[in-house]
Design a protein around this ligand. Structure first.
Ligand code: NAD
Ligand code: SER
Length: 324
């Protein structure tokens, strides 16, 4: 398990996390060494011009295998997935992509004797019976969404491949990810991203969860750092594999709006909860990530104030240039 990474495949590379993680990996390992794989959506210019790009459907193993063979891939960052809100609208699709897609990735990785696989899990593995404050690493995993069901099963499957086949699979339970480059793909925490875009565009936002809804969140630079730090950690130090709790900050939707109002005083936020409220209510408010801190040195950099300054600066600049 101490082999060196040479050729990386990123699935879900056009998505919220993939579009930025691919560029960060290319920066670190070289553009030609990181193959971005999308599904149907065309890549943006930065993704397309900085290294190889392919289309795959993770449900069709042969499309993964073809790219793996052609580029001699030895490491996969598997980000292709259906998120929580879309998953409740299309549960069979969520099962198919998140479970059969993951199984295909793990099988191809096993058969090609890969160095390492990264597969993110989520706070969606937790459910209403889980302690909601400082949620422990080892706790009740009884989610009430199809997305959460696939994430629990996915963690178990990844850990099975570590034990049964000696495949080095790593993963962490991301909280809601906030970013300024690619909009999120249909999750429950999307409001925490949309609010910034709408504050810049219209100075007004209608939030789909209640003002007092508190969820754990993380800014994209920390999200990328977590993935790369975990993937570069010494395997011998890891007591967990595919299921690390990671945290950065927790705040209510109202506190988020108030933070934006410090910079845009006439920003108005209204609250009109929809079906995503019940999903948010089933997830933790804060996370205990001491295992990640102890075993691979996890340490986030951004809090709500620092993230808000950066988000508004990035989106404000794009808006002023007519690109938002
Ligand atoms: P996203 O929805 O933005 O991107 C997922 C990508 O998967 C999309 O670009 C989509 O085209 C692709 N995809 C869908 N079906 C596919 C298929 N059949 N074959 C190949 N590709 C397919 O998601 P994201 O936010 O970038 O999430 C990436 C990973 O991180 C997922 O595993 C997700 O569960 C996890 N995660 C994300 C968050 C978050 O807040 N963004 C939080 C926790 C965990
Ligand atoms: N942000 C994701 C979602 O809301 C959490 O995994 O679905």
């Amino acid at each position: 398990m101490a082999k060196e990474t040479k050729k990386i495949l990123v699935t879900g590379a056009v998505g919220q996390i993939g579009s930025e993680l691919t560029l960060a990996l290319r920066e670190r390992y070289g553009g030609d060494n990181v193959v971005a794989a999308g599904h149907r959506t065309q890549p943006g210019e930065a993704l397309r011009d900085s290294g190889p790009f392919e289309f795959i459907d993770v449900r069709r193993r042969e499309t993964v295998e073809e790219v793996v063979k052609r580029y001699n891939i030895d490491t996969i960052y598997h980000l292709a997935a259906i998120l929580s809100a879309v998953g409740e609208e299309k549960p069979l699709l969520a099962w198919d992509v998140n479970m059969n897609g993951l199984y295909n990735i793990l099988e191809v990785a096993r058969q090609h004797e890969m160095v390492r696989v990264f597969c993110p899990s989520s706070i969606a593995v937790f459910g209403p019976q889980t302690p909601r404050h400082n949620t422990p690493q080892e706790t009740i995993l009884c989610p009430t969404t199809m997305y959460g069901v696939t994430k629990v099963a996915g963690e178990l499957l990844c850990n099975y491949y570590v034990r049964r086949f000696g495949l080095d699979v790593r993963g962490l339970r991301y909280p809601g990810i906030i970013s300024a480059e690619t909009p999120p793909g249909g999750g429950t925490t999307d409001y925490a991203v949309e609010i910034y875009y709408e504050a810049i565009r219209h100075r007004r936002y209608t939030c789909f969860v209640r003002q007092d809804t508190v969820l754990p969140m993380m800014y994209m630079p920390d999200c990328l750092k977590a993935a790369m730090d975990l993937m570069e950690a010494d395997f011998a130090q890891l007591r967990h594999h595919a299921d690390y709790n990671v945290a950065a900050m927790s705040f209510s939707a109202g506190e988020l709006a108030a933070e934006i109002q410090k910079h845009i005083p006439d920003f108005v936020c209204e609250y009109r909860p929809d079906f995503r409220q019940a999903i948010a209510d089933s997830w933790p408010r804060s996370i205990d990530d001491s295992a990640a801190r102890q075993e691979w040195g996890w340490q986030p950099a951004y809090d709500l104030a620092a993230m808000t300054v950066d988000m508004l600066e990035k989106l404000g600049r794009r808006h002023a240039e007519g690109r938002l």
